[in-house]
Design a protein around this ligand. Structure first.
Ligand SMILES: [Ca+2]
Ligand SMILES: [Ca+2]
Ligand SMILES: [Ca+2]
Length: 214
């Protein structure tokens, strides 16, 4: 992820490589006391084997300097940042969120896994925004929602509140035309973006498995 001199005030970033949904769903946190950036994004965007919801990178502002750090794991080496747990807990950080949406939990094809998608199908595809202790899906304005390969593609053709995961709270269930999603054979994740009725940006991602691609 790259940004110019005003990137933190304009929230204007670019990315190297091609990870669909990365810019739309990333949060940038900044601690001016230590000049440390934290980057938070859904780990499903980069790994089909993701067992955590979000990856966090803690890095010194600058490029490829001695203080640049990668996530602290056997795959990334150390020292580094952190992976969060499945409920989205994140290690303490003294800075504040400078850019990026509220990260919400979504479930593509609620109740089913893996989330198989045939990119050549024009059929309906259901995606749920789940209500959690930290987020009430009923606050989402369905008219602002977009879903697909980068989170900017399909608008919902239907929306309804339903307790889709049976845990006693109401979730937002959206239906999209799969053909509008921009999902291509081999994609490993899809993203949803939108706003609450109060105007807060939100985003979430979930893994997918494309089928019918031979
Ligand atoms: Ca699912
Ligand atoms: Ca819930
Ligand atoms: Ca529920």
């Amino acid at each position: 992820m790259f940004g110019g001199p005003d990137a933190l005030s304009t929230c204007s970033f670019s990315q190297s490589g091609n990870v669909p949904g990365f810019l739309a769903t990333s949060q940038v946190w900044f601690d001016p006391a230590t000049n440390t950036l934290r980057l938070v994004f859904p780990l499903v965007l980069i790994s089909v084997d993701a067992v955590f919801n979000y990856a966090v990178e803690s890095a010194f502002g600058g490029s490829f300097g001695n203080n640049e750090r990668a996530p602290d794991s056997v795959n990334f080496g150390s020292p580094g940042g952190f992976f969060t747990n499945d409920v989205g807990g994140i290690p303490p950080f003294n800075g504040a969120r400078a850019c990026g949406p509220d990260l919400t939990t979504i479930d593509i094809k609620p109740g089913s896994f893996p989330n198989t998608i045939n990119p050549r199908s024009e059929g309906g595809l259901r995606v749920a925004v789940l209500t959690t202790d930290a987020f009430d899906a009923a606050t989402v304005d369905p008219t602002t929602i977009r879903f697909g390969a980068t989170g900017a593609e399909a608008a919902p053709v239907q929306s309804a509140l339903d307790d889709v995961d049976g845990d006693g709270d109401m979730d937002l269930v959206l239906k999209f035309n799969a053909g509008d999603s921009g999902i291509k054979c081999g994609d490993i994740a899809a993203s949803l973006t939108g706003r609450t009725f109060g105007g807060r940006a939100l985003a979430g991602s979930d893994s997918i498995k494309t089928v019918g691609c031979q």
